[in-house]
Ligand binder design. Structure first.
Ligand code: 3PG
Length: 207
């Protein structure tokens, strides 16, 4: 992982997970890997997030763990120390971007409008998250900005499912999509790793 765009090469779908139990991290990551998905975005919106990243980084070779929902100054360094290989933010402020840059970890920063995407581009980003994708205009939005902003590529996230993911992945300015459907809370709680592996294989086959 040298740049944020490298995330695009890991999987067509980045599973976005909010773990309640860090003990789920390793079996979850292993199930995703068996299904052919080589990355996981562990969000920092639960206390289990950082310990989960630590466990995956230490115990699941081949799985690239990123830290998601990075919204506050200080979290980038915490994520880097835990072993996160990339960061994802839902949106961006100058302070947050300064902090992320200081961590040295590649970041898919979030944009939901043309001006937000342009501000990230002005700071040197060419790969970014488009969030919340469906609510912000979805596929028509991305088609609309491909002409004026041809250098930018996106990871749309928010409202994406196995049903509409192919429409996004068909766009030239989409590198991958993100979604929580690969590791829903009920399957995590039940420890249904086989079903998560099946969902991962279905998602991996999208490209
Ligand atoms: C999130 O931040 O929760 C992600 O965007 C996941 O969105 P989804 O649950 O709509 O896939």
């Amino acid at each position: 992982m040298n740049t944020a765009a490298d995330v695009f090469d890991l999987a067509p779908v980045v599973p976005v997970v909010a773990l309640e139990d860090a003990g789920h991290a390793v079996p979850l990551a292993e199930a995703l890997l068996r299904g052919g998905i080589r990355t996981i975005e562990v969000t920092l919106r639960t206390p289990a997030g950082l310990p989960a990243i630590e466990r995956i980084a230490a115990e699941v070779p081949g799985m690239v763990a990123g830290a998601g929902t990075v919204t506050e100054v200080g979290q980038a360094k915490q994520a880097a120390d835990a072993g996160a290989q990339y960061l994802v933010t839902p949106g961006a402020t100058d302070r947050l971007l300064d902090d992320v840059e200081a961590s040295g970890v590649p970041c898919l920063a979030g944009a939901g409008t043309v001006s937000e995407a342009m501000r990230l581009a002005e700071r040197g980003a060419s790969a970014m998250k488009f969030f919340p994708a469906e609510a912000s205009g979805g596929v028509p939005f991305l088609k609309g900005i491909a002409g004026p902003l041809p250098k930018l590529r996106f990871c749309p996230t928010g409202g994406i499912s196995i049903g509409n993911a192919p429409d996004y992945l068909a766009l030239p300015n989409v590198g991958c999509v993100g979604g929580s459907w690969l590791a829903p809370k009920d399957l995590l709680a039940a420890g249904d790793w086989d079903e998560i592996e099946r969902l991962a294989a279905e998602a991996a086959a999208l490209r």
